[in-house]
Ligand binder design. Structure first.
Ligand SMILES: *Cc1c(COP(=O)(O)O)cnc(C)c1O
Length: 456
């Protein structure tokens, strides 16, 4: 028998040339976005997003061609490898076959560059010269900074002040790629000035930074706003992950019994999952698991309800699993997983029982991350370490039952900028997750009252 490969890489000529849009294939249509004041169905706020991205948000096309210029940039770091985790399998003593799709090879270090490049491209095509966005720890900001550099756009990033001060390296990355980074709240917007007037020492929050970036984009004709997760067009761009994985599984001669990814706003998981969800809708047997932190368990503990996409209640209202837009999760190290809601599309798939959800604790997550680093070598970001925890759980179940399941995981990024969290864990100082039912109850009491009735 021929020796099995460890790493599966598509030839450039075999790379997907279209993104997959699951919207027209859904057995029940996705509920609309509602205007935050009128509660009537709405498009994405027009001055904030170019028409092409709005069209993609609601598209009925099954496949949308990836523009040639975007394909060319993708080819600089894609296809990303699908890797067989032989050493992890051996350490666990499992008969399961474990594969991971590694997005950390992108220059920005995560999957976020896949949509950043596409968004910068469509903005440039629409004549936009400058993009404004927010960033927490800096993963999204750095992806957009590089994408703007590729496409010749200016980039302005409002970075949550506490991260700006505590985590300088992502900021320096953004500046290296030419972006202008400013701590939020800032004195450059009205909302920032208001907040600073109330509290000159405000540490900032993602909600405040979003409000500043939105105000910036509203106030200038040459500027649009860019969002790194949650929306349908973001998951569309991320479908490149799943489409490549599908072909790479074919190369490996396997089909996943279980597909696992971590969820913050839902984009890397959604992008990995959609081609497989399509198979599942056609009757294929596959278990698809979204993993969230137990500190922010929107899908495992939250109701499926109408809620604002943002803290300030300025963004459209979406039907989603949510802990309430006023909910502020404890400051866990997987900053990318601290969103109060969940992508409406991923929520819908969960409601339709096409995917399932699990919540895992931060400490157990880091134990799994260390196991992964010491076997496979890659130091994972704390976000995908949540997926690794469930991969290990499932592989150990196979050890008990003797089943030789094929487990495929999305490894959304590396953890080279998260070594501070690793240091705490190794020193035994990392806290277990705090989750407050009372805080969630309070936040849920502030959900908007929406009378909108979906047609059958
Ligand atoms: C931002 C981020 C996430 C979470 O965002 P999703 O939209 O849910 O994918 C996960 N992993 C990494 C590495 C990230 O940077």
């Amino acid at each position: 028998m021929a020796k099995k490969l460890t790493k599966y890489i598509l030839a450039e000529k075999d790379m997907p040339t279209s993104w997959y849009n699951i919207l027209p294939d859904l057995p029940k249509p996705l509920p609309p976005l509602l205007h935050p004041q009128t509660h009537e169905p709405t498009i994405l706020p027009p001055p904030l997003f170019p028409a092409a991205l709005n069209d993609q948000e609601f598209s009925k096309e099954h496949f949308i061609e990836i523009p040639e210029e975007v394909q060319e940039v993708y080819k600089m770091y894609r296809p990303t490898p699908l890797i067989r985790a032989y050493k992890l399998e051996k350490a666990l003593g499992t008969p399961a076959q474990i594969f991971y799709k590694y997005e950390g090879v992108s220059p920005a270090g995560s999957h976020k560059l896949n949509t950043a490049i596409a968004q910068a491209y469509y903005n440039k095509k629409a004549g936009i010269k400058r993009l404004a966005t927010e960033t927490g720890a800096g993963q999204w900001g750095s992806a957009l900074a590089l994408a703007c550099q590729y496409m010749g756009l200016e980039c302005k990033v409002y970075m949550v002040k506490v991260s700006y001060n505590q985590k300088p390296y992502r900021r320096i990355m953004m500046e290296t790629w030419g972006a202008t980074v400013i701590p939020s709240p800032s004195t450059e917007t009205n909302i920032g000035k208001q907040i600073l007037a109330q509290d000159p020492n405000s540490p900032g929050s993602l909600g405040i930074a979003i409000s500043e970036a939105v105000e910036d984009a509203f106030s200038r004709d040459d500027t649009c706003y860019s969002l790194g997760s949650v929306l349908n067009h973001v998951i569309l761009h991320q479908s490149i992950i799943g489409l490549e994985t599908e072909k790479q599984c074919e190369m490996a001669g396997v089909y996943p019994d279980i597909l696992i990814g971590c969820v913050g706003g839902g984009s890397n998981f959604g992008g990995l999952a959609v081609p497989f969800v399509k198979d599942k809708m056609k009757g294929k047997k596959i278990q698809i698991i979204a993993v969230e932190p137990s500190a922010c368990p929107s899908m495992t503990k939250g109701p499926y309800a109408w809620d604002y996409g943002d803290v300030a209640g300025m963004a459209p209202i979406a039907k989603m699993f949510t802990l309430g837009h006023a909910f502020i999760p404890s400051p866990i190290h997987a900053g990318g997983l601290r969103y109060h809601g969940m992508s409406p599309l991923v929520s819908h798939l969960h409601k339709l029982e096409l995917i399932e959800a699990r919540a895992v604790d931060q400490k157990a997550t880091f134990e799994s991350a260390i196991k992964f680093a010491r076997t496979e070598g890659i130091i994972p970001a704390p976000e995908p370490a949540h997926a690794i925890k469930v991969v290990i759980d499932e592989a150990l179940k196979c050890k008990e039952s003797g089943e030789k399941k094929v487990i495929v995981m999305g490894l959304s990024g590396h953890g080279h900028f998260d070594l501070g969290a690793y240091e705490l864990f190794l020193a035994g100082k990392l806290e277990a997750d705090a989750y407050s039912e009372d805080n969630v109850k309070k936040a849920l009491s502030q959900l908007p009252k929406v009378d909108y009735v979906e047609s059958k």
